[in-house]
Design a protein around this ligand. Structure first.
Ligand SMILES: Nc1ncnc2c1ncn2[C@@H]1O[C@H](COP(=O)(O)OP(=O)(O)OP(=O)(O)O)[C@@H](O)[C@H]1O
Length: 616
């Protein structure tokens, strides 16, 4: 029976159309749409016709698709492919979800991809719980409790020590001295042991500077390249302070009053941060809890009420539990925004303002506010200052907004119609190397994943129209190597730390440069090297050319001459949109923007955006 707390489903996750995890790489011959064979004349070019969108035929990359959304939802479950092996698709055999899909699921027609100022259907961007939506009943699998699982980690790479050479700039008054070792962080015994068990021998620059700043009680806006250890930079000093100040073991109560709240923009990322918090807090009295959309609220509230010192959440679900009175803010001492620039852009800013304006929330003078990201557009920095004490410190490790220098960036000029074949050719050269393929839309993600499955590439996908269970399964399959290709929309661009991702492909380039930086940062993490290949379609991607040239130059990477020409020729600037802001090279309080950079950073919030993905 449904719990009193079980919430209505978020729009995004109920709209799952087809899923296509094909761990055996088999062909699909689905009742729900009959995807055509796009390559090598292996049959007719399939069409995907959305019966709920007026039968509009959508052309995509040279192929039209025909399917019937209603059928796709109704026939969710398991079906046998042509090779008689079982393939999972649709809602995955959850009766309730399947029935729901009959009315809500399926691909949407063009007319349904309503683009708002945020570039995505605002109703999909949130994890909110308003409106008439079906109940969410998904309960994630129980987490393993054994130490080997909790402390499982991948090895730092050959370039880990090069982190020490990166220039660091701390601005603001009286910054504390950086630490050089974890010993200097004066962590309590259990925390220190947990750091060791996590395989951390020495701190990364953002940890060397960030830990003492946070321990000194200062507010912080920190910028450091992707994969360089920002999560531990905020978790360790917070946990240490909680331990040092004798935080009482949290116990059952109808209202929990956490000491720390951590927010992040996507469900998978906040769950990952929670797992890190749980790892570092192992064996201590500090109890982290996570809440995010797409999962049964009742389940999460029951877990929350058992005790909560550190609450990790996506904004919508967080506001939901606060609104239900299950979380009180009176004791809050730390507010952390991971991917802070994203948390403060147009999509999430109102929610963040609601959070800090919630009854009981300590004023900024009475809490510590910490912001972390690899990118900080200058206008977002200015806005962020509203949330911070006036004497906050700005920590810049390397170039603010710069790409990770351990990622080799390559660009291939393509036409819209040649992309799929190029992708397949590329994947043939990389074999079973773990690869993330980023595409522009949820529909495109389904389409490309299905295509790769047909071509016997072990592929799964993640995007905002998949149900949470499917999203988590897809990530798990990718993590363990059951599928070596993950097709993803921007929902997977930020923060995800997946071992051994050797390769990122931008099948569709994003339309803002910060997004590019985060996407390619899924590889080349923790001193490991990685490779990013981007398909550049001059007809679609010209507006990004200058920013790309800048990013490549700053990362000491070769800039293809054709890209440079495109960036600085009339054609490059012809489609140029007026800039909202420039890259910030440093603390915006210094009045410094990248005066030397001709590149514009174009936030998704203002540009024409076909990234119709759901940001929770
Ligand atoms: N001092 C360290 N020694 C060894 N490994 C570390 C250290 N610090 C962090 N790591 C590991 O490096 C990886 C990347 O860290 P993390 O996910 O915190 O990066 P990030 O800077 O937050 O990246 P992103 O910008 O993509 O969110 C993780 O697997 C983490 O456990």
């Amino acid at each position: 029976m449904m719990d009193e707390w079980d919430e209505a489903e978020t729009t995004a996750s109920t709209n799952a159309a087809t899923s296509h995890t094909s761990s055996d790489g088999g062909l699909w011959n689905k009742e729900i749409g009959d995807f055509g064979r796009g390559r090598g004349g292996r049959g007719r070019q399939g069409g995907f016709q959305n019966s709920f969108s007026g039968g509009e035929e959508t052309t995509n990359d040279g192929n039209s698709w025909n399917s019937r959304a209603g059928e796709s939802g109704a026939s969710r479950g398991r079906s046998r492919g042509r090779d008689d092996r079982v393939h999972e698709y649709g809602g995955g055999g959850d009766g309730d979800q399947g029935a729901r899909g009959a009315f809500r699921g399926g691909y949407r027609g063009r007319d349904e991809e309503i683009l708002t100022h945020g570039g995505a259907d605002e109703s999909e961007k949130r994890d909110d719980t308003d409106g008439e939506r079906p109940k969410v009943t998904y309960v994630p699998p129980t987490l393993p409790e054994d130490e080997d699982s909790i402390f499982a980690h991948y090895e730092k790479g050959i370039n880990f020590d090069k982190y020490d050479d990166i220039l660091v700039d701390v601005s603001g008054s009286n910054p504390p001295q950086a630490i050089m070792t974890f010993e200097e962080a004066a962590l309590c015994g259990t925390l220190r042991k947990n750091v060791n068990k996590s395989g951390y021998i020495k701190p990364t620059p953002v940890q060397k500077h960030g830990i003492p700043i946070i321990s000194a009680g200062r507010d912080l806006m920190a910028c450091a390249q992707t994969g360089s250890g920002k999560t531990a930079a905020f978790l360790l000093p917070i946990l240490q302070q909680l331990m040092a100040n004798g935080t009482a073991a949290s116990s059952f109560s109808e209202q929990q009053e956490p000491d720390a709240i951590i927010v992040a923009p996507t469900r998978e990322l906040i769950n990952q941060i929670y797992l890190e918090a749980r790892k570092f807090a192992f064996g201590t009295c500090v109890r982290p809890v996570v809440v995010y959309g797409g999962v049964s609220t009742g389940h999460q509230i029951r877990d929350l009420l058992k005790g909560c010192n550190v609450l990790c959440g996506t904004p919508g679900r967080l506001m939901d539990v606060i609104g239900k009175g299950k979380v009180g803010l009176a004791k809050l001492r730390y507010l952390v925004m991971d991917e802070a620039d994203r948390m403060l852009d147009m999509g999430f800013e109102p929610e963040m303002r609601r959070l800090v304006g919630s009854p009981g929330m300590p004023s900024r003078e009475n809490r510590q506010t910490l912001m972390f990201s690899a990118t900080y557009p200058e206008d977002i920095q200015r806005l962020a200052a509203d949330f911070l004490k006036t004497d906050y410190l700005f920590l810049a490790v390397g170039v603010v907004g710069g790409a990770c220098s351990d990622v080799e960036q390559t660009f291939i000029q393509v036409t819209k119609f040649s992309k799929r074949e190029q992708l397949l050719d590329l994947l043939k050269t990389t074999g079973t190397a773990r690869t993330m393929v980023f595409v522009g839309t949820k529909r495109q993600a389904d389409f490309i994943a299905t295509y790769l499955c047909q071509e016997k590439v072990l592929t799964t996908s993640i995007h905002g129209d998949r149900e949470q269970r499917e999203r988590e399964q897809a990530l798990a399959d990718f993590r363990i190597g059951k599928c070596h290709v993950l097709v993803a929309t921007s929902v997977a661009a930020r923060g995800l730390d997946i071992p051994d991702v050797q390769h990122v492909v931008n099948f569709d380039l994003p339309n803002n440069i910060d997004e590019y930086v985060h996407r390619i940062g899924r590889t080349g993490r923790c001193g490991n090297t990685g490779r990013a290949v981007s398909f550049y379609d001059p007809c679609a991607d010209n507006q990004l050319a200058r920013s790309l040239v800048t990013i490549l130059s700053k990362a000491q990477q070769e800039v293809p001459s054709w890209l440079e020409e495109s960036a600085f020729s009339g054609t490059g600037s012809g489609s140029f949109q007026p800039p909202r802001e420039r890259f910030a090279s440093t603390d915006s309080r210094k009045g410094g923007s990248f005066k030397d950079m001709a590149a514009w950073s174009q936030p998704a919030a203002l540009g024409v955006n076909d990234e119709d993905d759901a940001w929770e």
